[in-house]
Design a protein around this ligand. Structure first.
Ligand SMILES: *Cc1c(COP(=O)(O)O)cnc(C)c1O
Length: 385
């Protein structure tokens, strides 16, 4: 019998981390809902907030195998995973370097909580490695990156960052949500701690809130000690749903990635669109870097509508594709950052970040690209009038 890490990706998705139904031999994992487990004569003291009910314990194995790490942990949300990871390794007097463009929730966590605990932080000026170097100080403990980043799909050089951090004995963390473990495995590029909002591709059906961390056993043991204090564990019902979702992770994400390439190429040739941001396009300034560190270019892309096309009207005119703050579901969704996620910034601040009023972020689903393209076309036609 092959070992878990020798299986192909779809086999890993389907079979690793199943809870065996010894009693009835059912095809799927039974759900163990108990919050109370006998502790005599067993070495594991099981309890939901210890992250070790049977369903939690087994799903962590699937997370780890998908990210090529020794261990994993699952949480009630992406932010529960991210906050727990950061607070495990940072204490009063420590310093963390954070990539300029990161998920809004992570940004808020840092600017609204860190000062209270006396944790210093510096944001880089860009996602370029040379902007991280001058920020390193004696008390720098963590470097935190996110790639591809939101909403302009910037690519950070993962290998260069992990090499730089290793030279200074700094721990590296990456938010790998946008790529998913199918399109990018940062552990293979030297990153220490990999974070996911499993609410996105891992869940994939827009019906689960969850988070995940993948890392070495040593790091997961340390994170676990903080995690049981913060209590961000997932309910076993949701653990089970997430396991079910992960069985199709590869076939979903591969299809979505394929569709995104088709749509990105189409949009690039559309005269009503100024610019398309997608790492799979040759015109993307970091296309070669993306190729060298990603297995696929992902299913998130952004584009700028020509100035006379209103972003909100365009989205309201879409019929198949729905406007949504979230992303990565089976269904395609759009968001216009200037009017939503980045609305609190001034126009000037937005432009510094390259976020124009006509910018649309598209999360590409599994629908046929020709149907999505037809929907975009008819929405442009309607918006023009
Ligand atoms: C959604 C998201 C998060 C936060 O995840 P939640 O599950 O909403 O807590 C973190 N990072 C990225 C890139 C995200 O898209």
């Amino acid at each position: 019998m092959k070992k878990n890490n020798e299986f192909g990706i779809n086999t890993k998705c389907v079979h690793v981390g199943e809870v065996e139904d010894k009693q009835y031999k059912g095809a799927v994992s039974p759900i163990f809902m108990s919050t109370s487990y006998a502790f005599d004569e067993v070495d594991v003291k099981r309890y939901p907030r210890y992250f070790n009910t049977p369903n939690q314990e087994m799903l962590c194995k699937k997370i780890a195998i998908l990210e090529n790490t020794e261990a994993g942990l699952i949480f009630g949300s992406g932010m529960a995973a991210i906050s727990t990871a950061l607070f495990t390794f940072l204490k009063t007097g420590d310093h963390v370097i954070i990539q300029q463009v990161i998920y809004g929730g992570t940004y808020n966590l840092i600017v609204s909580e860190f000062e209270k605990y006396g944790i210093e932080y510096s944001f880089t000026d860009s996602d370029k490695v040379h902007d991280f170097i001058p920020l390193i100080k004696d008390n720098t403990k963590v470097i935190y990156i996110e790639t591809p980043s939101n909403p302009l799909l910037g690519i950070t050089d993962i290998r260069a960052i992990s090499n730089l951090a290793k030279e200074h004995a700094i721990i590296t963390m990456i938010d790998n949500t946008f790529a998913s473990p199918i399109n990018q495995n940062p552990a293979d590029l030297g990153i220490d701690i990999i974070l996911h909002s499993a609410t996105k591709y891992m869940g994939g059906h827009s019906d689960i809130s969850a988070g995940a961390i993948a890392a070495s056993q040593i790091y997961i043991d340390l994170i676990w000690k903080t995690a049981i204090n913060f209590g961000g564990n997932l309910s076993d019902q949701t653990v089970w749903l997430l396991e079910r979702s992960l069985k199709t992770l590869n076939i979903r994400v591969k299809e979505q990635t394929k569709n995104a390439q088709v749509i990105a190429e189409y949009l690039e040739g559309n005269k009503f669109i100024d610019k398309v941001y997608y790492p799979g396009l040759k015109s993307h300034p970091q296309h070669e870097l993306a190729k060298s560190q990603m297995h696929g270019f992902g299913a998130m892309l952004s584009f700028e509508l020509k100035g006379f096309l209103d972003a909100m009207s365009f989205q309201n005119n879409l019929q198949l594709i729905k406007p949504s703050l979230s992303l990565a579901g089976l269904e395609s969704t759009t968001v216009s950052p200037a009017q939503t996620t980045h609305a609190l910034l001034s126009m000037e601040e937005r432009l510094i970040r390259g976020i124009k009023d006509g910018l649309i972020r598209l999360s590409v689903g599994i629908e046929e690209p020709k149907d999505l393209i037809a929907d975009i076309d008819q929405a442009i036609e309607k918006t023009k009038k």
